[in-house]
Ligand binder design. Structure first.
Ligand SMILES: Nc1nc2c(ncn2[C@@H]2O[C@H](COP(=O)(O)OP(=O)(O)O)[C@@H](O)[C@H]2O)c(=O)[nH]1
Ligand SMILES: [Mg+2]
Length: 464
């Protein structure tokens, strides 16, 4: 697979602009030869004498003109990031020197160094088997992570956490496939019809449940990357905007005693007890003659349907009305928390009389009270961790491509299961299982088409 890589590439690998340090990387068969033309060691040693894995102090030159002091990092393939000979030159950060350096290198007539494409170093690392696709993609997740948890998950993935779990799935799938194929080829040597099918179905169900678990772990990972989408929902004047402001601890949304104040949706991001949240305040739901308000109401409904968690706010001064009942009917119990608001306006002796809403998750608070944030935070954390598939420290990050591959694998596994359960010929199931195997391979990259590999890496930044 690596035959076609025979040229040497170079790129500045630090962010553009002025910085304490700037670095340039060379990778390929001529990396050392090229570095030798621009770097002179302070110790006066020849380039060849410098250790294969060494850090060396010296200067960089364009021809005979001194450009800057520099460190040279020499890493001989295959034990380097790309698996090829790699030389990295580190000097003071600034566009001029690094620019001169790359110009000098690419102008060397005999060495044919060319500027690297975005993602090309990582692509070479992948093609040379230094890491699989899920690890390479995790590097991008790590550098673009917005919070510690997401960064931590990406780091685990670089270390191979996802590859390992996919690998386990694949090897079990391969065992099953082998056993089915043996039976197809040598029907007399298999387990025999009924017992064989029963064992395959059992194994397949196990694999399917593992795939489903991976997908739900990915949903959790997605929350860490993109935030838990929480929508503040309910009738006008219930206190949605007040509660949003309480959570944000700033008067972000306009609050007035007038119903219909919030018309458009308003979105804010916040980290609450380590969980990234995307909070959306919405227009109160009511029949209205105003077109603008109606548009806001429609939007609010859509937001509520897409939310990970709906906070359904009820003005307890009015209690749960028939309208509240109708709106709650449209919502999913598992993803809704009813917030009984304005509890401060309820007289002590009436508080006990408030019925909890049967099997809905509920909490009572007052948006104007400083404790409301703590009460809500506790419930949100409880909701997040109480999810039926939540397992602490089991989250994984999947990007859209990877998630699609996993969904494809799951669909093929389900198709195979249906075939076996209906007692149809097992070679039909084998076809589905092979498709599942190939879909899993897309996650780690073994079965990805070269054109897709190009495309994936081209989304990386220059110098990666
Ligand atoms: N006493 C009291 N008033 C509240 C509470 N929450 C909201 N309000 C008031 O109720 C009115 C409507 O609040 P607002 O947040 O705009 O409701 P929204 O229409 O659901 O966004 C405002 O006058 C708020 O000050 C609460 O917990 N206690
Ligand atoms: Mg409002």
């Amino acid at each position: 697979m690596t035959d076609f890589i025979n040229d040497t590439i170079a790129a500045i690998i630090t962010a553009p602009g002025i910085g304490a340090m700037g670095a340039l990387r060379l990778s390929g068969p001529a990396a050392f030869a090229a570095a030798a033309r621009v770097f002179r060691s302070k110790s006066g040693r020849d380039f060849e004498e410098l250790g294969d894995y060494s850090l060396n102090y010296g200067g960089i030159y364009a021809g005979d003109s001194f450009l800057d002091q520099a460190l040279l990092l020499k890493m001989k393939g295959p034990h380097s990031f790309t698996g090829e000979d790699v030389a990295e030159l580190q000097c003071h950060g600034g566009p001029v020197v690094l620019g001169q350096l790359i110009e000098t290198l690419t102008a060397l007539p005999d060495l044919e160094i060319r500027p690297a494409q975005p993602g090309e170093f990582s692509q070479r690392a992948f093609l040379n088997g230094k890491m699989d696709l899920s690890q390479a993609e995790a590097v991008m997740e790590l550098v673009s992570a917005s919070n510690q948890k997401a960064a931590g998950l990406a780091a685990e993935q670089i270390e191979g956490a996802l590859s390992c779990r996919i690998g386990q799935l694949k090897s079990r799938l391969l065992n099953l496939l082998a056993s089915i194929e043996v039976d197809v080829d040598f029907p007399d040597e298999g387990l025999g019809d009924a017992a064989g099918a029963k064992s395959w179905i059992h194994q397949l169900k196990q694999i399917l449940s593992d795939a489903a678990e991976l997908l739900s772990a990915a949903n959790l990972g997605k929350i860490y990357r993109e935030g838990l989408r929480i929508v503040f929902y309910g009738r006008p004047n219930a206190g949605k905007s007040s509660l949003l402001n309480a959570v944000l601890q700033e008067p972000r949304a306009i609050v007035t005693p007038e119903p219909g104040t919030t018309r458009d949706t308003l979105e804010e991001r916040i980290l609450l007890k380590g969980i990234p949240l995307v909070l959306t305040d919405t227009a109160g739901i009511r029949e209205t003659g105003s077109q603008a308000e109606q548009a806001g109401v429609d939007r609010a409904r859509q937001m509520a349907l897409k939310a990970d968690l709906v906070l359904y706010i009820v003005d307890m001064q009015e209690g749960i009305t028939a309208e509240d009942g109708a709106l709650l009917q449209e919502l999913d119990k598992a993803r809704t928390l009813i917030v009984f608001n304005k509890m401060d306006l309820i007289e002590e002796d009436r508080v006990e009389a408030i019925p909890e809403a049967a099997d809905w998750q509920c909490c009572r608070l007052s948006a104007l009270d400083s404790q409301s944030l703590e009460i809500l935070a506790k419930h949100i954390k409880g909701f997040f961790e109480g999810g039926k598939n939540y397992r602490q420290n089991q989250e994984i990050l999947l990007n859209r491509r990877q998630e699609e591959a996993l969904l494809k694998a799951k669909a093929s596994l389900e198709a195979a299961l249906a075939v076996l359960e209906k007692g149809w010929p097992e070679d039909m199931a084998a076809i589905d299982l092979k498709q599942a195997w190939s879909a899993l391979g897309e996650l780690t990259g073994e079965t990805v088409q070269p054109a897709l590999v190009e495309e994936i890496f081209s989304r990386f930044c220059l110098g990666k």
